[in-house]
Design a protein. Structure first.
Length: 86
């Protein structure tokens, strides 16, 4: 046998590969992962809400333009009717 395995067994100060999975199993690591996932989901929702707000603002601007045009047409029709009545 070589001296390296004996040294690693006799020297507990060195972290072994077997002790690393214990760190991953730490409940705080799981909570941190959950928080990271939650932040990613919230960021995705924020982007979707921003895109929806931008789309609604564009739709609102288009509707205002249509209403202005419709209002102008109604005024023209009303003027035309008045002229015909005279």
């Amino acid at each position: 046998m070589s001296a390296a395995p004996a040294e690693s067994i006799n020297n507990p100060a060195e972290p072994s590969l077997q002790s690393q999975p214990i760190l991953v199993a730490d409940p705080l690591v799981g909570k941190i992962d959950e928080l990271i996932t939650l932040c990613q989901v919230l960021d995705q929702h924020r982007r979707e809400y921003r895109e929806t707000a931008e789309r609604l603002a564009d739709d609102n601007a288009n509707l205002r333009q249509i209403l202005r045009h419709t209002h102008q047409q109604i005024e023209q029709l009303a003027d035309h009717i008045r002229q015909m009545e005279e």
